[in-house]
Design a protein around this ligand. Structure first.
Ligand SMILES: Nc1nc2c(c(=O)[nH]1)N[C@H]1C(S)=C(S)[C@@H](COP(=O)(O)OP(=O)(O)OC[C@H]3O[C@@H](n4cnc5c(N)ncnc54)[C@H](O)[C@@H]3O)O[C@H]1N2
Ligand code: MOO
Length: 428
């Protein structure tokens, strides 16, 4: 009797132990993709102080009330603050200070007039700058006096201290991924280091005497090894670098030795191949001696034979079929969620969208069909198989173009062109 994919995943997740917490510097390369293990709060108000949203003049709003092109208000320019400046120049009534985007707003100012709303007042400006837009510079800056051509109410073009995020706000919660945006938010708020789950140490073990990795000529029966690249790459896309990739010929004793060694040193071992009923399917044979591991048929197509559990050496084992697309599907349904759960990740599932089937295909009655598709907009979201739906598991070439997998429930049957299906996206 086959188990459902949901049941198999739950069985695996019950056996997952989260990795310990470690401190991680936000600027270290391993921060990206790590999973936060404790609340992280903003140390600073964001913005840190009131500052200018525009290049222009910091003014007292009352001084420029009613200003217009016809009735400009002329102000004395008494200084300048650039981004990074610690200056807080006094601004008496009738005065203004040149200010650049991001620079702290002087304490006496309550508004900023953008430079485009000003004119250099040539008659009063001893710097000699001509009035108006001159000299090829569309927005000349006044040295000593500026004519303001528009009113700026209190707060105009001012970014208030703490208006984005006040200090103390929780910016990251346990289980959340350190994405580029989240890392930037934390760094901006003064955070240097965060607690994350240590990335699991995961080994990839491929089996098969037919597999070759060099670029030498292949004799009949040999094929290039590709599953280790697939699995290690998918792991990397899940935030984990495979610590080791091991190849094993179809020899049970050799496999047991490698499994025992990896089980002691790793948090998880992912194998591909050798799990079918064939005479040389050594993973099936070796795992039969492991009491914590179960081998089941899962009601999914492709990816039916699966093994999972805890090896006596300690590591979590996830045994995938050798057919490359079956291995990829098994990774998505079982390995990726397990690896994310080991990191304490709150969200284990890929993003799912609804898309219109651009072609008809035969379903897989009684099994969840997981069909590699490309996804495109025309103008709505559509999906089309990238492999022949009648023979998916070995179709490693076509699979390379997949953006995701159409998920067709066991009860649904065939899919007609124009029907809507659920697609699990695998591209970021
Ligand atoms: N009599 C039966 N035969 C098969 C059954 C079955 O129920 N009864 N199930 C089929 C299904 S479904 C699958 S899936 C496969 C499971 O096969 P294995 O896990 O034992 O995989 P292998 O036999 O080792 O390899 C299958 C296929 O994939 C190629 N392969 C394997 N590893 C790699 C690799 N690292 N890189 C590239 N290609 C790889 C291998 O050469 C084979 O072509 O069993 C069916 N048979
Ligand atoms: O279930 Mo196998 O994985 O169909 O090819």
């Amino acid at each position: 009797m086959a188990v459902t994919p949901e049941e198999h995943l739950s069985w695996i997740l019950e056996r997952v132990a989260p990795t310990p917490e470690i401190e991680c510097d936000l600027r270290a390369p391993e921060a990206l993709g790590a999973t936060v293990s404790r609340d992280v709060r903003a140390r600073y108000d964001l913005p840190l102080w009131d500052n200018s949203a525009m290049d222009g003049y910091a003014v007292r709003a009352a001084d420029v009330a009613g200003a217009s092109t016809e009735t400009p208000r002329v102000l004395r320019v008494v200084g300048e603050v650039a981004a990074g400046s610690a200056e807080d120049p006094r601004i008496e009534p009738g005065a203004a200070v040149r200010i650049m985007t991001g620079a702290p707003l002087p304490g006496d100012a309550d508004a900023v007039v953008p430079v485009e709303r000003t004119r250099v007042d040539g008659a009063r400006d001893p710097s000699g700058a001509a009035a108006g837009r001159s000299g090829g510079d569309p927005h000349p800056w006044a040295e000593s006096s500026v004519a303001v051509l528009a009113a700026a109410p209190r707060g105009a073009n001012v970014r208030r201290r703490g208006e984005d995020v006040p200090a103390g706000t929780v910016l990251a919660l346990p289980g959340q991924e350190l994405t580029a945006a989240r890392i930037a938010a934390l760094a901006a708020a003064g955070v240097q280091r965060v607690s994350v789950h240590r990335p699991p140490r995961v080994a990839v073990l491929t089996t098969g005497s037919e597999l070759r990795t060099g670029d030498g000529p292949l004799v009949r029966g040999q094929i290039p090894e590709s599953n280790s690249l697939l699995i290690a790459g998918l792991l990397r896309e899940s935030g984990v670098a495979a610590v080791e990739t091991v190849r094993c010929p179809d020899d049970v004793a050799a496999l047991r030795e490698r499994l025992d060694d990896l089980a002691r040193r790793c948090d998880a071992v992912v194998t591909t191949g050798g799990i079918g009923p064939g005479r040389h399917d050594i993973v099936r044979v070796a795992l039969a001696d492991e009491p914590g591991v179960r081998q089941v048929a899962v009601a999914v197509r492709p990816g039916r034979p699966q093994g999972a559990g805890r090896l006596s050496g300690g590591a979590l084992l996830l045994a995938l079929p050798g057919n490359p697309v079956s291995a990829a599907v098994g990774f998505e349904l079982f390995v990726r969620p397990a690896i994310l759960a080991m990191q304490g990740r709150e969200r284990l599932q890929r993003t799912r969208v609804r898309a219109i089937a651009a072609a008809a295909w035969r379903g897989a009655p009684g099994r969840l069909q997981v069909l590699p598709v490309r996804v495109f907009e025309d103008p709505e979201l559509r999906c089309a198989p990238v492999v022949d739906p009648r023979g998916v598991s070995h179709a490693v070439g076509g699979h390379g173009a997949a953006d995701g997998y159409a998920l067709v429930d066991a009860e649904r049957g065939d899919v007609a062109a124009g029907e809507t299906v659920t697609v699990m996206l695998v591209t970021r």
